[in-house]
Design a protein around this ligand. Structure first.
Ligand code: GUN
Ligand code: ZN
Length: 431
């Protein structure tokens, strides 16, 4: 049984950072043909209706059908402490984050928050996420099980911390981090739509022995992603220097332990040295921009213009709960504002690409998710481009699709999400 979803449709033939807005294909009266969990074709509505007269029709009117958003860096265990006031990174971790993460030793708490988090994502039009868990294997089980129940393509891993910079009660060891990560990887990686991500939290909370053990695990499983944090705040960089006096720079603490490479995801990456940029580019590591977090925690201004121009792999992410929103629309708006402060106005096509194909590419899954094209998995969201009176009156003046979309990017939130489909099935609102 196939279904034709009719509406306005945008898809990408390439990156607008390379090709400009023409990288996007747009059809005012477009359609996507979905069979089971896959997209079979994307075309003008009249062409697909004529070619598939027996397909069931779901007409979304003049709403915009987009790929489901892909959030390339988040901390699902921080769901309940989002929007906690007044701290900078290290204080914020100690004061809010670590006490909350301690609670995830209780599987019931992990299950409750995992379910709440994924339901929030779907309500915000996000269909895939790459998330940190806590040091507790139960926190990893909970998020993979909750994603499996919802059919979502998800990436997650056990957060590893074995240094006494992390609090008692939230520490593993180099050996237990390796053993637990390996057992979870063997249980979940490639099971349905799950991908295991090797997850040293960041250099300050790991010993060199732990980084080395996780580097070895990654070398044994190069098909897995590896996620961590890099150069988010200047105090953090100074801290890394003091803990790793022999390292050339922050990135070198990962590089020296087998944690730099393709499939590596480096969250924040704001205050980079030239050597770090060169090595990230050569090694094909991906930089994940978390703009609402970077303004909320006061971290700094990511160099989107410079980094994309030099050919780095870049994704976009909420970084909840350091980030102040679950919404990739709010995240695109923040990315626009941060780039404006660096005098590089990102085009709506660039923002949309970052939140879909760009993030999917950082996760090495852009052949499966983050675009509307034949053969892709049918994860998509339906957007109302007039979801509030303020947005509606601005969009009414639009001369083209980008002008029509930009007010929703800048002013929109979950009210703009009409429906979210996962693997071809409506996941939000609940049927
Ligand atoms: N660096 C290490 N851990 C974290 C975290 O949980 N959030 C953010 N924003 N930065 C980090
Ligand atoms: Zn993070």
């Amino acid at each position: 049984m196939s279904t034709l979803h009719l509406g306005q449709v945008i898809s990408f033939d390439g990156s607008p950072f390379d090709l400009g807005p023409d990288a996007a294909w747009y059809e005012r009266r477009g359609a996507i043909l979905v069979e089971d969990s896959q997209i079979l074709s994307v075309d003008r509505a009249d062409a697909l209706r004529a070619a598939h007269p027996s397909a069931e029709i779901v007409d979304h009117g003049d709403r915009l059908i987009l790929p489901g958003f892909v959030d390339a860096h988040a901390h699902y265990p921080q769901t309940a402490i989002i929007a906690s006031w007044g701290k900078r990174l290290i204080d914020w971790l100690n004061h809010y984050t670590f006490p909350e993460e301690m609670r995830f030793g209780d599987p019931a708490h992990a299950e409750e928050i995992a379910a709440r988090y994924l339901d929030l994502l779907l309500a915000h039009g996000t269909t895939s996420v790459c998330t940190f868990c806590t040091i507790h294997p139960a926190s990893v089980e909970a998020i993979f099980a909750a994603a499996e129940a919802r059919g979502m393509r998800i990436f997650a891993g056990k957060t590893c911390m074995d240094r006494d910079t992390a609090p008692e009660g939230l520490r593993d060891t180099a050996q237990s981090a390796y053993d637990d990560s390996r057992a979870l990887l063997q249980r979940w990686h490639g099971k349905g739509r799950a991908g295991y991500v090797i997850t040293p939290r960041f250099s300050p909370t790991s010993t060199p022995e732990q980084l080395e053990a996780l580097g070895a695990l990654w070398a044994e499983h190069p098909g897995c992603l590896m996620q961590t944090h890099l150069s988010e705040q200047t105090d953090e960089i100074a801290w890394v220097k003091s803990l790793y006096p022999e390292a050339r720079d922050y990135l070198d603490t990962y590089e020296a332990h087998g944690l730099l490479g393709a499939g590596g995801l480096y969250g924040h990456a704001i205050h980079l040295e030239p050597r770090e940029r060169d090595r990230l580019k050569e090694a094909r590591g991906a930089l994940v921009h978390c703009p609402t977090s970077n303004t909320f925690i006061g971290s700094g201004l990511f160099d989107m213009g410079g980094l994309t121009k030099e050919g780095q792999i870049v994704g976009l992410a909420t970084d909840t709960g350091g980030g102040s929103s679950f919404s990739m629309l709010r995240t695109m708006a923040a990315a626009y504002e941060v780039a404006q402060l660096r005098h590089r106005p990102l085009h709506p096509s660039e923002l949309l690409w970052l939140a879909t194909q760009g993030s999917a590419g950082a996760l090495r899954a852009d052949h499966r998710i983050g675009n509307l094209a034949p053969g892709m998995e049918a994860d998509f969201t339906v957007l109302d481009l007039a979801s509030t009176p303020a947005i509606a009156q601005r969009a009414a003046r639009a001369g083209d699709i980008w002008e029509a979309l930009f007010p929703t990017i800048m002013m929109g939130d979950d009210r703009a999400i009409v429906a979210t489909y996962v693997a071809g099935r409506q996941a939000y609102p609940a049927a």
